[in-house]
Design a protein around this ligand. Structure first.
Ligand code: B12
Length: 352
């Protein structure tokens, strides 16, 4: 292990600093990473800039390196653990006393990306809010119990993966029914937060800094009647969710015939194929829930890129999508979404 204690890259503005820090995070050098962030604090760099411009940006880069198959899952996990420690080190040096209201921060049920929302928690603490940070995967009923016990001014709800949107909807409705307005965030709500509004959130913010500014200047929002929650999730959505297990099992059986290479897979590849097939069904259900084909095709485009980086041809994903599609005889919207995804992956016909 390399411990970089004598770097020449000392400033956040130094063009080499981000690569230097990424190298430490990727090499498991947590001592170096902590020294780097505390060194920046000593120089007077605001904690907010370190969290957003260094720790968050590095995490995004970690995601790209994993997706490109340059980093293993283990390396990503180890890097994330170091980012969590670096964030804690920055937070430990700032002990702002609360002077604004109180905020509950939580990830929706089944959402395990706790670090992005932890950055939000520290940002709001720095701004002077009293923060109750509940962390990853908070079941809706427990969240509501917490609200009754603490009476916050807002719930900040994070959803990084769109498959959790139905749970996010239930949580948003429950919080608003308890009289607490919800600010939503995380990439699961779509690029411009389009699903946050659809699911009844009172506000949406793209970043922790945007959320801090909205909460400081324009809160609480005027709340409309929480009982008028939009109904989402039609028969197609319900059917796909109820038949999830059968859809996956049948798709995997049919895939073995349509794409015989899977019969040569080792255990790890077989497990990954089963997991990916599960994601196909889950993203399809989420796309049906919000009635938006783009949610599904964004996912399949992304999965295709991840698979290509691991030398799995698009043909394999197409076979998997068709193995699900061919079970959806009675569900035209779902079939249409799968067709749209397949058409994007098939090469354009040769004009000659
Ligand atoms: C680390 C990581 C994990 C870790 C999380 C550990 C942890 N303690 O957080 C683990 C291993 C658990 C994980 C699991 C998975 N992950 Co992951 N993960 C990541 C990674 C690399 C970094 C996440 C992070 O910390 N980002 C840094 C933050 C700062 O990013 P940010 O989005 O800019 O955050 C800001 C905003 O989102 C906003 N914000 C966030 N929440 C909220 C809430 C409110 C109220 C507000 C106002 C704002 C707000 O504020 C933040 C700060 O400004 C990302 C890559 C990436 N680009 O983010 C993938 C990523 C999010 N993961 C992804 C995937 C697919 C998964 C899995 C499905 C993988 C799998 N096959 O199992 C699972 C799903 C688990 C689940 N059900 O939640 C994909 C999602 C793609 C998609 N189509 O949606 C990504 C984008 C990877 C990629 N390159 O494509 N992951």
């Amino acid at each position: 292990m390399t411990v970089f204690t004598t770097s020449t890259h000392r400033s956040l503005e130094d063009p080499g600093f981000h690569d230097y820090y990424l190298r430490m995070v990727g090499d498991g050098d947590e001592y170096g990473a902590i020294e780097a962030v505390t060194g920046l604090l000593d120089q007077g760099v605001p904690a907010q800039r370190i969290m957003v411009d260094l720790i968050a940006r590095t995490q995004q880069r970690v995601g790209e390196l994993w997706a490109a198959n340059e980093w293993s899952i283990a390396r990503e996990h180890a890097a994330t653990a170091i980012s969590e420690r670096a964030l804690a080190a920055v937070a430990a040096r700032t002990n702002e006393r609360p002077r604004l209201g109180r905020i509950t921060i939580a990830c929706v049920d089944g959402e395990w990306h706790a670090l992005p929302v932890r950055i939000l928690a520290e940002t709001l603490r720095l701004d002077g809010w009293r923060v109750d940070f509940l962390g990853a995967s908070v079941p809706g009923p427990h969240l509501v119990t917490h609200l009754h016990q603490t009476g916050p001014d807002a719930v900040a709800l994070s959803c990084m993966i769109p498959t959790r949107l139905p749970r996010a909807h239930a949580a948003i409705t429950a919080c608003r029914t308890a009289g607490v307005p919800v600010i939503a965030g995380g990439r699961g709500f779509g690029p411009t937060g389009r699903y946050a509004e659809m699911l009844g959130a009172d506000a949406w913010a793209a970043t922790a800094e945007q959320a801090a500014s909205r909460l400081a200047t324009d809160w609480p929002p005027a709340m409309d009647d929480p009982s008028v929650s939009p109904f989402l999730g039609d028969d197609e959505y319900t059917w796909v969710v109820r038949h999830r297990g059968d859809l996956i099992a049948t798709a995997l059986r049919r895939l073995a015939a349509a794409y015989p290479q899977v019969n040569q897979y080792d255990q790890r590849q077989t497990d990954a194929t089963a997991e990916d097939t599960g994601h196909i069904v889950d993203f399809l259900a989420a796309a049906l829930y919000v009635a938006d084909e783009r949610l599904f095709t964004d996912f399949t485009d992304w999965t295709n890129a991840v698979l290509l980086a691991r030398n799995v041809p698009s043909q394999a994903l197409v076979a998997g999508l068709l193995a699900v599609r061919d079970q959806l005889h009675d569900w035209p919207t779902a079939r249409h979404m799968l067709d749209a995804a397949v058409n994007r992956l098939r090469p354009a016909p040769d004009p000659a």
